[in-house]
Ligand binder design. Structure first.
Ligand SMILES: NC(=O)c1ccc[n+]([C@@H]2O[C@H](COP(=O)([O-])OP(=O)(O)OC[C@H]3O[C@@H](n4cnc5c(N)ncnc54)[C@H](OP(=O)(O)O)[C@@H]3O)[C@@H](O)[C@H]2O)c1
Length: 316
């Protein structure tokens, strides 16, 4: 089968096509014929090896030769211990543990896969695994947002942000979305009440206070976060600089109500998000679809900050 591989951290152009042996599922493994893959910031980070936390499990060389975690496709074969899916089932899931989505076939553990609702296309399903579950856990699971509360989402113009804005609006919050100038209209179209261009305005110095700051691109200090929180307000760091992550980890609980959101991928949350999409309560935002051979260009589009919503790789 064809797979995009790499052996050293580097730019997207270092990926190359290779003919590799099609894997055989063992134990609880499932072989999925890949139909769509959603690109995430984590693909870019694991490709380039930056920030340094992206090298966990592979300090010098990448842990996986083929990237691509958020897969949607059709079950081609199953290992002997698999009980929840069968050959021919349409499935989707977050395959962060094994990756391998940038290929014609990928191996995934049974527990990371859910049955794809017929109401979602493969491309739509591939927008959900990582971003949908981060958004759900950020807005709902870790202390639900209440009607009328003020929520700020930093880095809201990406794949996760589009879902987080919509969920917060669905739950009755007033939403402020922060990202670069190119993404302001997109964030409004996803439902944000106010938008902020971080290249012009620092939200921690603008004088506004929020009940929840969900930070997908955290680069400020814990003291800066405190300036932006209302009495009883909470700050959740999801992604961004290692410096901010460490500060929040060590000083967040001391300064008060600031912590790291460690996202736990699971199919229950994934299916909750999928059913919200099928019902029309949430909209999937697909920026562009690329072919498998175009993964380097797709990653470049994402990594250079041009993506509005999700970038999807579609295979026939
Ligand atoms: N905590 C966990 O367990 C966990 C698990 C999985 C993933 N993550 C993290 O979750 C984050 C969200 O992922 P995603 O897929 O939604 O990423 P994404 O699609 O790249 O979106 C992030 C957005 O933040 C913007 N941004 C960059 N720097 C910014 C700044 N200084 N201020 C405000 N916005 C800024 C980006 O703009 P540009 O495109 O212009 O850069 C982009 O629009 C990633 O950092 C990922 O590593 C965390």
């Amino acid at each position: 089968m064809k797979a995009l591989v790499y052996d050293a951290y580097g730019p997207p152009e270092s990926l190359r096509f290779e003919e590799v042996e099609r894997p055989v599922p063992r134990g609880d493994e499932v072989l999925v014929k890949v139909r769509a893959v959603g690109l995430n910031a984590s693909d870019w980070e694991t490709l380039t090896g930056r920030p340094l936390y992206a090298r966990v499990g592979g300090p010098r060389r990448p842990r996986h030769r083929t990237l691509g975690s958020d897969i949607a496709g059709v079950v081609e074969a199953i290992g002997p211990a698999v009980t929840t899916v069968a050959v021919g089932d349409e499935v989707f899931g977050d395959n962060l543990d094994k990756m391998g989505g940038f290929a014609e076939y990928a191996i995934a553990r049974e527990r990371v896969l859910a049955l794809k609702p017929p109401g979602l296309s493969f491309a739509q399903a591939a927008t959900l695994p990582q971003p949908g579950v981060i958004a759900l856990q950020g807005i709902r699971t870790k202390g639900a947002v209440r009607r009328g509360q003020r929520v700020l989402i930093n880095g809201a113009g990406g794949g996760t942000g589009a879902y987080a804005i919509q969920l917060a609006k669905l739950d009755g919050a007033e939403v402020t979305a922060v990202d670069n100038a190119e993404k302001q209209d997109f964030m409004r179209s996803a439902g944000a009440d106010q938008v902020v261009d971080f290249t012009r305005t620092d939200f921690t110095r603008a004088g506004d206070r929020y009940d929840l700051v969900l930070d997908l691109a955290g680069h400020h200090s814990v003291l800066s976060h405190r300036r932006a929180l209302s009495a009883g307000g909470r700050y959740l760091w999801v992604g961004g600089s290692v410096g901010t992550m460490l500060q929040v980890l060590v000083a967040g609980p001391l300064v008060g109500r600031q912590r790291i959101l460690v996202v736990r991928p699971n199919t229950t949350d994934l299916l909750t998000m999928a059913s919200l999409c099928v019902s029309g309560a949430l909209t999937t935002h697909i920026d562009r679809e690329y072919a498998l051979a175009e993964v380097p260009a797709a990653l470049r589009h994402l990594g250079d900050g041009h993506a509005l919503g999700k970038v999807i790789i579609s295979l026939t």
